[in-house]
Design a protein around this ligand. Sequence first.
Ligand SMILES: CCCCC/C=C\C/C=C\C/C=C\C/C=C\CCCC(=O)SCCNC(=O)CCNC(=O)[C@H](O)C(C)(C)COP(=O)(O)OP(=O)(O)OC[C@H]1O[C@@H](n2cnc3c(N)ncnc32)[C@H](O)[C@@H]1OP(=O)(O)O
Length: 219
Amino acid sequence: MSEYSIEEITADHLAHITAVAQGLAGDVRALVDATVRTQVGDDDVAAAREHIAAATALLRREQLPGAFGIRFSATAGKRNWGNAMVGLRNPVAPPMHMSYDGEKITGTVDLGAAYEGPAGLVHGGILAALLDQALGSAAENAGVPGMTGTLNVRYRQATVLGPVTVSAWLDRTEGIKSFAKGTVSTADGVTVEADGVFILPRWARGQSQEDAVRTVGEG
Ligand SMILES: CCCCC/C=C\C/C=C\C/C=C\C/C=C\CCCC(=O)SCCNC(=O)CCNC(=O)[C@H](O)C(C)(C)COP(=O)(O)OP(=O)(O)OC[C@H]1O[C@@H](n2cnc3c(N)ncnc32)[C@H](O)[C@@H]1OP(=O)(O)O
């Protein structure tokens, strides 16, 4: 397991690669939305596919051997840029933008046509994933990070595609277990409620975060 790593990086370089990654991911996200909603004819689709194939070949010239992983540094903190919900360089991530106010986390996200489940409504799995991320971050933010052990999700009313707010907070901790809760809200009010248990895995117990990263980084 070597997906956690330490990578020192200067502030200038961080600013540069952040802008580049956000730009590219944003362009690809726009492409996905355009693909879902296009109504152009076959010839235009064929021409677009040629452009897409050329862009893919260009990006494939130099690739990571696997996923981005999670990288830590003194200047940049934690970079989970490949994360499927919040990853800065991942166009699959809507992305959710998270802000922290003490132990409360607020995630804002605009869910477009690419996140549809029932007609005009957000796919329930996407909502569960956003809650998983926010509740997990609430546990981590409270100092007891962990893998999701159990996540309970109650869909109270349909969530219409569009802007959505995710709230999450730590309920309590019991040793290596964190219990977090959260909601999804829209203009219609709370649409989803969740609670979850996040468990610090065995390999990380009794280690500082830095030691844990070194252990897995060498593993
Ligand atoms: C980087 C270094 C720092 C270390 C951080 C490590 C991990 C943190 C990772 C990220 C956190 C950061 C941000 C969060 C952001 C996003 C959230 C997304 C998270 C995910 O997307 S994550 C993917 C889905 N997730 C999995 O892929 C988990 C697969 N699974 C396992 O990795 C193990 O299964 C594990 C670790 C869950 C437990 O394994 P284990 O060996 O540690 O368990 P053990 O037997 O020691 O039990 C200890 C106590 O937990 C209770 N317990 C056990 N299992 C439970 C369960 N499922 N539900 C409720 N309670 C459970 C027992 O009943 C006992 O309780 P008690 O002590 O009271 O009896």
